[in-house]
Design a protein around this ligand. Structure first.
Ligand code: GUN
Ligand code: FE
Length: 430
């Protein structure tokens, strides 16, 4: 099939050096890795005589998409009407997450969640579990069974939540530590220290999260930052000593190059500098930010400022409204357009592949089609629907085709997904 992979951020739509596109491409996979990539004529002779051959022409092969922030216990929260963040959490999300005390329920939803993720072309997700260690057990077991490279953590939350949805500073620390011991580095699993956000953690728990971060410096840390004005105001009330919301996390040693800060919308220049100075990642969640009315993430300002931010993109399911990174970047394009800017299609596809891999510090393993990396691949069909097929009649460039895929595509455009070299979408029932 045709293959597309990125080498670096594409500065412009004609920055051809930023990507490698093969009209007649080939990928040779062995033991879950890409062992040869390039023109089909160069790759084919390297295959063993008994190697299986799959012809994906005329489809487009890209690295599997990466979703930098999603909540697996929120599958049955998606499409909950009429509330902004704090009311949405209290009315819909927290009651739903209490169900994940039940390991059976967690296992079922983890299975269905990873089915959806794969069906939509995503091969790596940074996931929040519920407060219950059982939910993280369920997620990692399911992820490990599928040999997916995923990042996940049990949420730490010890206040401002209903009974049945809180831990304590000690139990949150102990449960996280036990999960790290069991799952971090097992196969392709990564543990993320996951204090939900400042509002649902006491200073004592934030201390414990910081202690974990110190003990395990190679772990990711994921939390939420500056999503909505009421959230920011309440955080500043709860942490009166902090200069601003970002300073809360800085104070507890939670910023750094492995820190993923969901939303990061309403940042002051000082806060943006603090993220930049520590290499922390601002995670753009467009469908969620529009759905909850949270605000417009200023992607281009963050990218172009004197101290640029590292940026990732994510669904934030179930505040987000779609599992698809194509739908996510379509909405992202509109959020950026509302601010008088543009993100070109090469930049979009860079973001959800190599860009997110770099932001999640898993570049070199996933996010490209380079030799030696893991064979996580998505196969895209630009003529998946009648609407797409008709529009494709007038498409004359790769840039136009990518933009069509982003604007009109969804799970129907995902023909196949390979996880660690094995077909994963076609084997999902239903
Ligand atoms: N802030 C704290 N928890 C959440 C959550 O589950 N979703 C979103 N969108 N924001 C949050
Ligand atoms: Fe979130």
């Amino acid at each position: 099939g045709r293959t597309l992979t990125f080498l670096r951020w594409p500065e412009a739509i004609d920055d051809h050096g930023a990507w490698r596109y093969e009209e007649d491409g080939g990928l040779l996979m062995k033991d879950g890795k890409i062992v040869a990539a390039g023109a089909y004529a160069d790759v084919a002779p390297k295959a063993a005589d008994d190697a299986a051959r799959v012809d994906h022409r005329p489809h487009l092969l890209m690295p599997g998409f990466i979703d930098a922030h999603a909540h697996f216990p929120q599958m049955q929260v998606i499409a909950s009407y009429g509330a902004e963040l704090l009311e949405w959490l209290n009315t819909y999300t927290f009651p739903e997450e209490t169900k994940f005390l039940n390991a059976q329920h967690g296992r079922r939803i983890a299975r269905l969640f990873l089915d959806e993720v794969i069906r939509h072309g995503t091969t790596t997700v940074a996931a929040y579990c519920s407060v219950h260690k059982e939910s993280a057990q369920a997620f990692f077991a399911e992820s490990h069974d599928r040999d997916m490279l995923n990042i996940a953590g049990k949420v730490m939350m010890d206040r401002n939540a209903p009974d049945g949805l809180t831990d304590t500073p000690q139990s949150g620390y102990d449960d996280s530590k036990a999960l790290i011991a069991e799952w971090h580095g097992k196969g392709r699993q990564h543990y993320a220290i996951t204090p939900r956000f400042a509002i649902t953690s006491t200073p004592r728990q934030m201390d414990m999260a910081g202690a974990l971060a110190k003990e395990f410096p190679d772990l990711h840390i994921q939390t939420h930052l500056s999503e909505n004005h009421a959230e920011i105001a309440y955080t500043c009330e709860l942490y009166p000593q902090a200069r601003d919301y970002t300073d809360v996390y800085a104070h507890y040693g939670l910023l750094g190059s492995r820190t993923l800060l969901g939303h990061s919308i309403h940042l002051s220049e000082r806060e943006a500098d603090a993220l930049s100075d520590t290499g922390s990642v601002a995670v753009f969640c467009p469908t969620s930010n529009l759905f909850l009315g949270s605000g417009l993430f200023d992607y281009q300002r963050y990218r172009r400022r004197e101290k640029p931010l590292r940026i990732a993109a994510a669904t934030d399911v179930g505040g987000g409204t779609n599992y698809s990174m194509l739908r996510t970047m379509d909405e992202g394009y509109k959020v950026i357009a509302l601010q008088g800017e543009k993100l070109n299609p090469f930049q979009s596809f860079w973001q959800i592949t190599r860009g997110n891999a770099e932001a999640l510090s898993v570049a070199g393993r996933v996010g490209t089609l380079e030799e030696g990396t893991d064979a996580d691949i998505v196969v895209l069909d630009s003529r998946a629907t009648s609407v797409m097929e008709l529009r494709m009649e007038t498409v004359t460039s790769l840039a136009e085709e990518l933009f069509l895929l982003q604007t009109l595509g969804d799970d129907r455009a995902v023909r196949e997904v390979y996880v660690a070299g094995k077909p994963a979408k076609s084997v999902i029932a239903g």
